[in-house]
Design a binder for this molecule. Sequence first.
Ligand code: URA
Length: 209
Amino acid sequence: MSNVHVIDHPLVQHKLTLMRNKEASTNSFRRLLGELASLMAYEITRDMSLQEVQVETPLETTTGRMIDGKKLVLVSILRAGNGILEGMLNVVPGARVGHIGLYRDPETLKPVEYYFKMPSEMQERDIIVVDPMLATGNSAIAAIEKLKALSPKSIKFVCLLTCPEGVAAMQAAHPDVPIYTASIDRQLNEHGYILPGLGDAGDRIFGTK
Ligand code: URA
């Protein structure tokens, strides 16, 4: 599976296992997701470009290197993507934020768009799309299609969990978009849920079940 990066850092795996536990409270699930997102952000932003800046230390002037956080856009696929957003913003606070609202039709499992709001000048920006679960891939594929129409400089996709079916669908539709995940689980079930998975990410983040 080229272009798929499994982030297997021990801290990421430990926290993911705590999140899978059905007894985890809404509070701890949300906190763990935020922590995981911050940890994953280190890996995902590893290749971000740096620019040289002058900085005055208490002793002399020197040249340092900094990233331009404002060129980065984090795009959350509502609503579960918002669970990842905050943790990533802790690490890249200067990033702009876009939102895409897509819901999964329970019959067809196909995405239906109800909201799309992006920062300006998208053609100058690097995009990181976030959604905790890459399951059928339908929502992520549709979201990335819309984003590609804005001609951004690059697009990456970040999820907490995926499965072979989700990876295959995404790679067939968008082979140029790298996928970053903490785990490729065993399979998708007939209802579009990942097994063993962690259940419905949105419900677990927001306590709606
Ligand atoms: N969305 C979820 O929240 N969970 C899954 O397992 C699949 C899609």
